[in-house]
Design a protein. Sequence first.
Lengths: 112, 117
Amino acid sequence: EAGVTQSPTHLIKTRGQQVTLRCSPISGHTSVYWYQQALGLGLQFLLWYDEGEERNRGNFPPRFSGRQFPNYSSELNVNALELEDSALYLCASRAVLNQPQHFGDGTRLSIL
Amino acid sequence: AQTVTQSQPEMSVQEAETVTLSCTYDTSESNYYLFWYKQPPSRQMILVIRQEAYKQQNATENRFSVNFQKAAKSFSLKISDSQLGDTAMYFCAFMKHGNNQGGKLIFGQGTELSVKP
């Protein structure tokens, strides 16, 4: 069974630019989560998508957004990039509520 | 709001020995889940072990076991017969039960474990 896949593995952007990160969940998983792992801030919940809808978001500004497609894959978009957006962005999926989440390898985003 | 605290930023252990990582949490919920994830240098988060709060029996997965003390809100991870491949960052995580938060994980700050030969 293929795990959660994320692309790209690494991105370098400059301040003010926009970026799109992609995530494909494990087959059969309908929920996708995004987390930000920034140095010194730990892992923070960003967004939760289920059945194509945004169900919950963490304490992040509106320039962090995303969507989930009919095949349950997901995109995370970040507009007007700031230096503090430099982080590892992790995607996770789960099949059923209250089951563990399974994570991808992450996308390392570096802002210059 | 729930919080998770890992008070040991770094730990080291000799190969084949036993090590215990600490985690405490704060919640007013009675039904929830606790997890330990490991993140090796390859950076993928890997589920190590899971505990349901309503179960009194401590979870065990091969060399990994937990000591779950619900009243004390403590959830420590014991790694027996440590192996070099156990070198990683270990995160304790909390998840509320039910639909309200949709399974959002709240993580501790992590403990970096080094297994020395």
